[in-house]
Design a binder for this molecule. Structure first.
Ligand code: PMP
Length: 394
């Protein structure tokens, strides 16, 4: 049997990490993998998480199974964090999943069983794992224009034109905030226009929100998702706690199915439970419990929000420093987009050759599509990157 297995394409980001590790140069900068790093290059455990972990160790009395949808307290706390009071709680079915990836995967599974003919419209570009999971599951997907490589901002005219191809029942996948890999995001009036179009086309929105709090703040980052939940009859939301709680390896996420019609929630919930049962049975609990403790304890929550705000503003500071350094070196405003983008990533709009030049000549490691992780920088490496960008002729 094993002889029939096909070689799978290697993960480009993991290959890049390996190449970085093997590079003997002292001066090298890793802007590859999507993990937050502080100025010293560490990915710290957040203070509130550490405290919650200590408390949990002291008070947890059993490791027996939770429910199939995980701890209901986790769902409540996360529904509140993501959706605020945009929709009544009884219209939301929710289930914990192994990370945001698990939520995305379960959402696709639900789509496939509810409407095998549905196509999933995905931004071009999107997080590569969206595409590889869709391919793996045999779900048809259609890219829609999203990024204008000239202005390095959202190609909204192209996006709307392409979304006119959506048929009733098709799914449109949107990033809640901090678009990965581009860093370019919809503004509120663009969200409204997209909602109008989706209503007209009778499409189902699916929102992947993996960076709430990394862009413009916890509530502002959720404005688009909340508006969609409020206005559309149905929406699927995949939320990740990996980044904003810094608990990457704990695998903590939540899938929400929101329906205007509260009488559907029971069946939606049963379906989410059923899908969890088929794929992994019970979701991981440790990270979910920490998140619940942090969100439900006033002091821990305030400390978490303050630390998250430090993370967010430090990335904004680096963006501004990089944009102004590039303005100085190039004598033009053409890199202003770096300060406009939000979240951990920006797409530079460089060619693969230019990306390779920066790696070879300056020890700058970024993904081949010229996505750079802003958090991989610090005050000292920003000028090094700026010089490398200019030297590569970008
Ligand atoms: N969606 C997007 C757009 C992401 O960038 C990520 C993280 N790379 C995820 C989902 C899922 O992350 P995780 O499974 O680690 O929670």
């Amino acid at each position: 049997m094993f002889e029939n297995l096909k070689e799978q394409p290697a993960d480009k980001i993991l290959m890049l990490m390996q190449a970085y590790r093997e590079d003997p140069r002292e001066q090298k900068v890793d802007l590859g993998v999507g993990v937050y790093k502080d100025a010293s290059g560490n990915t710290p455990i957040m203070r509130a998480i550490k405290t919650a972990e200590k408390r949990l160790w002291e008070t947890e009395t059993t490791k027996s199974y939770t429910g199939l949808a995980g701890d209901p307290g986790f769902s409540d706390a996360m529904v509140n964090l993501v959706l605020g009071d945009s929709v009544p709680r009884e219209t939301v079915a929710a289930a914990a999943t192994p990370g945001g990836t698990g939520a995305v995967r379960q959402a696709f599974d639900l789509i496939r069983s509810a409407n095998p003919k549905a196509r999933v419209f995905v931004s071009d570009p999107t997080w590569p794992n969206h595409l590889s999971i869709l391919k793996h599951m045999g779900i048809e997907f259609v890219p829609y224009r999203y990024f204008d490589n000239e202005t390095r901002s959202v190609d909204f005219t192209g996006m709307i034109a392409d979304l006119h191809q959506v048929m009733p029942g098709d799914v449109v996948l949107l990033h809640g905030c901090c678009h990965n890999p581009t860093g370019a995001n919809l503004n509120l009036s663009q969200w409204k226009a997209v909602i109008e179009l989706l209503l007209e086309r009778e499409a189902v929105p699916m929102i992947d929100i993996a960076y709430q709090g990394f862009g413009d703040g916890l509530d502002t980052d959720a404005e688009g998702v909340r508006l969609v939940a409020e206005k559309m009859p149905e929406v699927l939301i995949a939320a990740s706690c990996s980044k904003n709680f810094g608990i990457y390896r704990e695998r903590t996420g939540l899938l929400m199915a929101v329906s205007k019609d509260a009488s559907r929630t029971k069946l939606n919930q049963q379906t989410l439970n059923y899908l969890n049962r088929q794929n992994f049975s019970f979701p991981p609990d440790h990270g979910a419990r920490l998140v619940t403790m942090v969100l439900n304890d006033e002091e821990l929550r305030a400390d978490w929000a303050a630390e998250l705000e430090e993370v967010r503003t430090s990335m904004l500071g680096l963006r501004e420093q990089l944009a102004s350094e590039l303005q100085r070196l190039s004598g033009s405003d053409r890199f202003g987009f770096l300060a406009q983008h939000r979240g951990m990533f920006s797409r530079l709009g460089a060619t693969p050759e230019q990306v390779e030049t920066m790696r070879k000549d300056s020890g700058i490691y970024m993904v081949g599509d010229s996505r750079l992780n802003i958090a991989g920088l610090n005050k000292t490496t920003v000028p090094i990157l700026a010089e490398a960008i200019i030297k590569a002729g970008i």
